[in-house]
Design a protein around this ligand. Structure first.
Ligand code: ADP
Length: 304
């Protein structure tokens, strides 16, 4: 379990984080989302113990990151924005060095190295010097060092930044497969990426926590759209008389049919369907609207 309690951090005059708190339960994949400069990297550096907060604290599995850093580091795997890879080393040499730096038991090394290499699909590249690897392969190597000690928590800072679309798809699939063993927190400024991978999203804007939202719950909206074949008299009045309807705004469907955007206090589509049946309206479409992460995020980003 990761507990982030009211962390703040300033760089001189710049308040990068202001009193951010959240919790992550075992087994979750959580996306830390925000525009560039929002404070995501700062939060990740504090959570992984690379940076001290001015205020607040972080606990990982009951260990305080500031005072019990070694215990914390044994539990987390960290892929930083720019993983320091040594260009002259081979893939294998780099992972062996990472294992030594982590003081992993010699007896476990063959098993751990092989799991990290096969888990990230690097088995064909073991003897290749890092200098000759593509950005996507380097990112996989960064992930391999992050999972080498079988950490319970994987913390990844912008894991797909700078990759081409094919590499992005590969790294996303890899992150999803790693989630079978680890709890994952990763930062991104790409909405679709977070939507594709995460169970939950934490949104930071201007150093402040603006939302902590399950993506499954986000999809459900109480708004509905009604599209009719033609516009009979009295549709707005009839809709307005339905219990549970807050607003019914006339609109037009993309293909030019009369439409209404209706918001209610719960799912109102069954009542609208019944109303259309009673009035013999020629129904073209009736749907419960979904809230996309994009519309949710844009609403947050545009409200102060
Ligand atoms: P993100 O990861 O969301 O892009 P960062 O945490 O990197 O955001 O940055 C948050 C804010 O702090 C930005 O305004 C950034 O310019 C500033 N910042 C980050 N690191 C430093 C630093 N080492 N020195 C000064 N300002 C910094």
């Amino acid at each position: 379990m990761i507990h982030v309690q009211h962390i703040s951090k300033s760089y001189g005059d710049i308040a990068a984080l202001r009193g951010v708190s959240f919790h992550i339960q075992p087994g979750e994949i959580v996306g830390l989302l925000g525009p560039n400069g929002a404070g995501k990297s700062t939060a990740i550096k504090i959570i992984t113990g690379f940076l001290h907060p001015d205020e607040g604290a972080v606990e990982i599995d009951g260990h305080n990151v500031l005072t019990q850093l070694r215990a914390v580091q044994a539990k987390i795997g960290y892929l930083s924005e720019n993983t320091p890879l040594y260009p002259e080393l081979s893939v294998q040499g780099y992972l062996q060095l990472a294992a030594r730096l982590r003081s992993l038991p010699k007896a476990d090394l063959p098993r751990l190295l092989s799991a990290a290499v096969y888990g990230t699909g690097l088995q064909e590249y073991l003897t290749r010097p890092i200098a000759s690897l593509s950005k996507g392969l380097r990112q996989r190597l960064g992930l391999a060092q992050a999972i080498l000690h079988e950490p319970r928590f994987l913390i990844l800072d912008e894991p797909t930044v700078g990759l081409d679309p094919t590499q992005i798809v590969e790294i996303r699939a890899l992150i999803k497969s790693l989630a079978q063993q680890s709890t994952i927190l990763f930062s991104s400024h790409i909405l679709s990426e977070v939507e594709a991978i995460c169970d939950r999203v934490i949104i930071i804007i201007n150093g402040e926590l603006r939302a902590d939202q399950s993506l499954r719950a986000l999809g459900q909206s109480n708004d509905a759209t009604l599209v009719l074949q033609s516009e009979p008299e009295g549709v707005a009045e009839a809709l307005g008389s339905l219990a549970g309807i807050a607003q019914a705004q006339p609109a037009q469907s993309a293909d030019g049919y009369p439409a209404w955007r209706i918001s209610g206090s719960s799912d109102i589509t069954p009542a609208i369907f019944e109303l259309a049946r009673q009035h013999n309206w020629a129904l073209r479409e009736l749907r419960r609207d979904t809230v996309t992460l994009e519309s949710f995020f844009n609403q947050l980003a545009t409200t102060a």
